[in-house]
Design a binder for this molecule. Structure first.
Ligand code: PEP
Ligand code: MG
Length: 324
């Protein structure tokens, strides 16, 4: 399958009537990076910085982080690399930084942890800014944003790191800053959030979990976890509308972006960037290239009129079967 798809590796990701959408990748491990480059990724929409933290038995130093980030930025330069600040807690734990809670998904995770530990946040941002000197392809992204204040405090800390480094003589640039929308509260403040940042990126894995109140890792409720639930689709559509109303580009970096049928719906909604596991890149590109924007919009309109995830899935399966 992939051998056949290799022929489109260097072709643009656009509908057959030339509506362009950027296809980026999610990375963390070195293997993801290698595969991403092999598949012709145009950028990184989510670099999970937890990964280098998980591979150690203590917090990596600023210099250790700088080296890892530099390698990632160099591998993709001049393409953009979106580095997410540490997103621990919930299902992601560090062996040397245990967090014991009854409801970890509703607890101390993501930006909540790093704003309570500004030394972790500042060290990470300093390492990222230093790593980007001379490449300038860094973008910084904040996970689990629930309140405007979190964005403002993070911005203040990023400015502090930037000022410190300038004073220390580094030729650093201020990178574009974005927030993830993965908490329902953020969906309803998407406009206000977009007005304060350079880009918005939807974390549909967590957004689905929180909108549907279904633990993303609990097998007992796995059949209730539907990223194509009508409520999720409405949230996804609202986010694009609100971000674009502020002139801010919007991407999606949850697993949904890598599912071919879902990708068509996301293109029709107006997502500017789909960021996915590199293994799905060519499959998604081939599906996008096979339709017109109008066909994708027609499919979206049909799907949005359906009452539940089951009928939406059936509708998409039928559309794909019909198209061969
Ligand atoms: C998400 O929640 O969709 C996301 C991309 O972040 P993670 O899967 O790392 O929580
Ligand atoms: Mg998430």
């Amino acid at each position: 399958l992939v051998a056949g798809l290799q022929s489109i590796k260097n072709l643009p990701c656009e509908t057959s009537d030339h509506h362009r959408v950027a296809l980026w990748v999610n990375t963390g491990l070195l293997a993801d990076t290698m595969l991403s480059i092999e598949r012709g990724a145009e950028g990184v929409g989510l670099y999970r910085t937890e990964v280098p933290f998980m591979l150690r038995d203590r917090f990596p130093s600023e210099e250790e982080q700088r080296l890892v980030y530099r390698e990632q930025l160099e591998a993709f330069a001049p393409h953009p690399v979106t580095m997410r600040t540490l997103d621990v807690g919930g299902d992601k734990s560090l062996p040397y930084f245990p967090i014991e809670e009854e409801n970890p998904f509703l607890g101390w995770r993501g930006i909540r942890v790093t704003l309570d530990h500004p030394e972790i946040f500042l060290g990470q941002v300093r390492a990222m800014l230093k790593a980007s000197v001379g490449l300038d392809n860094l973008r910084i992204m904040l996970p689990m944003i629930t309140n405007i204040a979190e964005v403002e405090i993070a911005q203040m800390l990023i400015h502090r790191a930037y000022d410190e480094l300038l004073e220390e003589g580094y030729d650093v640039q201020m990178p574009p800053l974005g927030v993830m929308i993965e908490v329902p509260a953020a969906v309803y403040q998407a406009k206000e959030l977009a007005a304060r940042v350079d880009f918005i990126s939807v974390g549909s894995n967590d957004l689905t979990q929180y909108l549907l109140a279904v633990d993303r890792n609990n097998p007992r409720v796995a059949d209730l976890y539907h990223s194509l639930h009508p409520a999720v689709l409405r949230a996804l559509r609202k986010i694009v509308k609100d971000a674009h109303s502020q002139g801010v580009p919007v991407s999606i970096c949850g697993e949904l972006a890598g599912e071919p049928a879902a990708a068509l719906l996301l293109v029709a909604m107006g997502y500017d960037v789909l960021s996915m596991n590199a293994t799905n890149l060519l499959k998604v590109k081939s599906v996008v290239r096979a339709v017109t924007l109008e066909q994708a919009e027609t499919l979206l309109a049909e799907v949005m009129s359906l009452p539940d995830a089951e009928s939406i899935n059936r509708c998409l399966e039928a559309a794909f079967r019909h198209a061969g």
